[in-house]
Design a protein around this ligand. Structure first.
Ligand SMILES: Cc1ncc(COP(=O)(O)O)c(C=O)c1O
Length: 464
């Protein structure tokens, strides 16, 4: 059978042949776990492989298959899986009795100092927590508490985790664009109070701020849009965001949970030369562990130290600044700082080779595919890549409104079919691509491009 169904049938059969043990475990998991696992994005169809171990650029499943991995721990593992230097550092730490939580100890001060440097130094303070979702939630609460205002502004396509204030305008739907709520269980009032503006669109930002400026507590934006499409903010956009928010007393939050330490050994804000009020970090800063943080000037962060009802209850949580995790983060950031001159240019070259190589692999079979993830005049190179299949060849892939619109992009082809086509060729991706790590070698990149070539030939055979 030709067409999408024929292709899907072929891919599922091939995947099942290779992953019988994973399937059996998945069926067992489904009896006791929602959807058979712990995170929706890991639960692709027909079922995910079960990881047996991961090392450097690769992950191994329980059936004995090995995949070059670009998911890399939700983009946290910039040095690849299980880096020896972090493993060794943590073993020593555990040996000294550091497997504890609930005390102020360990390396949290040094990690906090590194994060203060990462936003340009000066009079900044840090509070740690354990997930990006919590960091952005606390940052928004802090902004609302400090300003006494009740509106939150974010961009369409911006993903900041599942905090109630920010569960709007992540997915694009034909009937409502980015104006929809993302979850049941949210108070209508909170959903109404979250406003959406278009990413990289200065005019739209001016319009929203002009209409609501004195009620907006904060504007939260990723300087490099992650889930929304791997798109860098323009310098002018962030400068405008800075000046408008300053003028209207709005707290500007840069969510650097993906972009922090991804393009340079600091927040990407240091490349833009635009300093927000608050910054959220996560992912890379934990060296593969559950560490996230909010960083900002003392006069704002001290909102958590007030007394009585004016206090913003930003408690990091039971596992905040876990001694072992702090150590892992410190090793990670130290290594990135010392190796920056070689690590980041190498990552950028590999990212570029993948982005252009993937486009060429599909073009060779007459299929239009585009990769986002490129830098711009500020971010000179990038290790990220996301694949898109435009329904019209010439579609401009530079806005989340386009990339998320099923009418303009074939997202089923990417999410369901490309995923499986690459898995049966030994490559694991997310949204058709992912993040290169420092552990990916030249031969991994070549093998990856060969796998995309196989996927493109299969697509042509069934869909051409
Ligand atoms: C930009 C951004 N902010 C926040 C989050 C939420 O982080 P976490 O998954 O650690 O809760 C994510 C997660 O992907 C993210 O990409």
């Amino acid at each position: 059978m030709k067409g999408m169904d024929g292709l899907r049938g072929h891919l599922v059969r091939e995947y099942r042949k290779r992953t019988a043990k994973s399937r059996a475990v998945f069926l067992r998991a489904r009896k006791v776990m929602i959807g058979g696992g712990s995170h929706t994005i890991r639960l692709w169809k027909p079922y995910p492989f079960l990881a047996a171990g991961a090392e450097g650029p690769e992950v191994r499943d329980i059936d004995g298959n090995t995949y070059v991995d670009y998911w890399q721990g939700h983009y946290a593992n910039i040095l690849g899986h299980n880096p020896g230097l972090i493993r060794r550092g943590m073993s020593a730490c555990v040996g000294r009795g550091a497997l504890h939580t609930g005390f102020e100890a360990g390396h949290q001060i040094e990690l906090a100092e590194a994060l203060v440097r990462a936003v340009g130094g000066g009079d900044a303070k840090v509070r740690f927590t354990t997930s990006g979702t919590l960091a952005t939630m606390y940052a928004v609460m802090l902004a609302q508490g400090l300003t006494g205002r009740d509106l939150v502004l974010k961009v369409g396509g911006g993903w900041h985790g599942a905090s109630p204030y920010l569960l709007k305008g992540v997915n694009f739907r034909a009937e409502e664009g980015f104006e929809g709520r993302e979850s049941a269980g949210l108070l209508d009032d909170i959903v109404r109070r979250t406003l959406i503006t278009r990413f990289n669109d200065g005019d739209d930002l001016r319009r929203v701020v002009k209409a609501n400026g004195d009620r907006i507590a904060c504007f939260i934006v990723e300087p490099f849009l992650g889930v929304g499409g791997f798109l860098p903010a323009s310098r002018e956009y962030l400068e405008l965001a800075r000046s408008l928010t300053e003028r209207h007393g709005i707290i500007l939050i840069f969510d650097e949970i993906i972009s922090g330490f991804r393009f340079c050994p600091a927040g990407v804000q240091t490349l833009y030369g635009v300093r927000p009020d608050l910054t959220t970090f996560g992912k890379i800063i934990g060296g593969g562990h559950a560490v996230a943080a909010v960083v900002g000037p003392s006069k704002l962060m001290e909102g958590c130290e007030r007394s009585g009802r004016d206090r913003v209850m930003f408690e990091g949580g039971t596992f905040s600044s876990h001694a072992e995790y702090m150590k892992a983060g410190l090793i990670m950031l130290g290594h990135l700082a010392r190796g920056a001159a070689t690590i980041y240019p190498r990552l950028a070259r590999a990212g570029e080779k993948l982005r252009r190589g993937v486009e060429r692999a599909f073009a060779a079979e007459g299929i239009a595919a585009r990769c986002t993830g490129d830098g711009n005049d500020v971010i000179r190179g990038s290790s990220l890549f996301m694949v898109h299949f435009p329904r019209e060849k010439e579609a401009a892939c530079d806005r989340p409104e386009v990339l998320h619109d099923e009418r303009r992009m074939d997202r089923v082809l990417r999410e369901d079919l490309l995923k499986l086509a690459l898995l049966i060729n030994g490559v694991n991706v997310v949204h058709g691509g992912g993040a290169v790590s420092a552990a990916h070698r030249e031969r991994d990149i070549e093998a990856t491009l060969a796998a995309y070539g196989e996927a493109a030939r299969l697509f042509k055979k069934y869909l051409g």
